[in-house]
Design a protein around this ligand. Structure first.
Ligand SMILES: *[C@@H]1O[C@H](CO)[C@@H](O)[C@H](O)[C@H]1NC(C)=O
Ligand SMILES: *[C@@H]1O[C@H](CO)[C@@H](O)[C@H](O)[C@H]1NC(C)=O
Length: 364
């Protein structure tokens, strides 16, 4: 299918109308302040399409030159819940095909080419679906000069859709909040993930991930923690000069991708810091559980969203990945060098402090 299948509507200049709409749909119902320079509300519609198989992934690409304004500062998803599992969005320099609407399952996770920013999306398992509004000084500058030429929307359908005309509406709409003026900081994410497996009959198995930060200083302002049904606890720390700064310590809520604002605004990451994540699992069954993308696999995922100087467009051309093998102990390996010293302390402290009542307390 060609470009004509994608319906992009935008309303430019209708500031008064948009402010009223925003008041009704956003500002008046939300404690977060939306800044007054948001002048465009661009709607992208995922068209009604056929999906031949269960678990189909369909993508649309929209040239950012069709969007009217060039600074993205937030978005909102409206999704037909009975057909879609997740809807995710990204902006990319280029992407895997020449088509504007295509089956993007095989490229799963590798759809973009060149510079890219992926955003959390809509997920049926999350309890809350608030609008995403970046902090007042954060925006994503789109266009050729910033190497971000396409906006991609990916929809994951649950069941085959053999008769698209029978759907109650098109599967998803994405409303983009945009501004004319650029902002001081740009947006990017650090994504943690684990490979390997959780052994059978394990009451207290820990998957550990740790990476050294070699990039420029950045400020983390929100995060999202995600495990599947075996997850008991997910911890994230920034370790600097033998001091651990807690980012999160929580019981993830069964497969949700809810995002949480960092307490107190932001947490800085500096060059030389160690980023440390650990997930604790309970698998009392007779089979090991693999980490992976499947419904019955497990995950240890933490996404940290950070802001950085928007002038440094080459600094973070894509999300920063930090991964670990669950079978390797990296928080306090046998031949621990200086750089992981405090992680041994953390581990020790965690063991000492984890009286059953405490674990229960954390798990509430
Ligand atoms: C998307 O927007 C169109 C036009 O406003 C509307 O008819 C349709 O119901 C919307 N779809 C969803 C999933 O909200
Ligand atoms: C760690 O401490 C030393 C000495 O106090 C200081 O020079 C260095 O900048 C610190 N490192 C970081 C990443 O803050």
């Amino acid at each position: 299918m060609g470009k004509e299948a994608i319906d992009v509507n935008w309303c430019l200049g209708k500031i008064a109308l948009i402010l009223i709409v925003m008041c009704l749909t956003y500002v008046c119902s939300s404690p977060i302040k939306i800044s007054s320079d948001v002048v465009s509300n661009t709607k992208i519609q995922m068209p009604r399409i056929r999906a031949e198989t269960p678990d189909a992934y369909m993508c649309i690409a929209v040239p950012v030159t069709d969007l009217g304004f060039s600074n993205l500062v937030g978005f909102k998803f409206d999704v037909l819940e009975e057909v879609a599992h997740h809807v995710a969005m990204a902006v990319c320099e280029d992407y895997e095909t020449e088509q504007r609407l295509w089956d993007c399952k095989s490229g799963h996770g590798h759809i973009c080419r060149g510079r890219s920013i992926t955003f959390g999306g809509w997920d049926r398992r999350s309890k809350h679906h608030p609008d995403t509004v970046f902090p007042e000084d954060v925006g994503v500058q789109l266009g050729k000069d910033f190497k971000l030429n396409y906006l991609i929307v990916q929809t994951h359908f649950q069941e085959p859709i053999l008769d698209p005309d029978s759907l109650r509406s098109n599967p998803a709409n994405i409303t983009l909040f945009m501004t004319q003026k650029s902002r001081k900081y740009s947006y990017q994410q650090i994504l943690f993930h684990s490979s390997g497996y959780i052994p059978a009959f394990s009451e207290d198995f820990k998957a550990e991930i740790a990476c050294k930060w070699r990039g420029a200083p950045v400020n983390v302002y929100e995060y999202s923690a995600h495990t599947h049904q075996y997850g008991q606890l997910l911890e994230g720390y920034i370790v600097r000069n033998n001091t651990a700064i807690l980012v999160t310590k929580e019981k993830p809520q069964g497969k949700s991708h809810d995002t949480t604002k960092v307490k107190g605004g932001t947490i800085e990451i500096r060059p030389g810091d160690t980023l440390a994540v650990r997930c604790t699992y309970k698998n009392t069954g007779p089979n090991k559980v693999n980490f992976g993308l499947g419904e019955s696999d497990e995950m240890c995922n933490l996404a940290l969203t950070f802001e950085y100087d928007a002038k440094e467009i080459a600094a973070f051309p894509e999300s920063v990945k930090c991964s670990g093998d669950a079978q390797e102990k990296v928080w306090c390996p046998r031949n621990a060098g200086d750089q992981v010293g405090v992680l041994c302390d953390l581990q020790q402290a965690a063991y000492n402090n984890m009286a059953p009542e405490d674990v229960h307390g954390v798990m509430m």
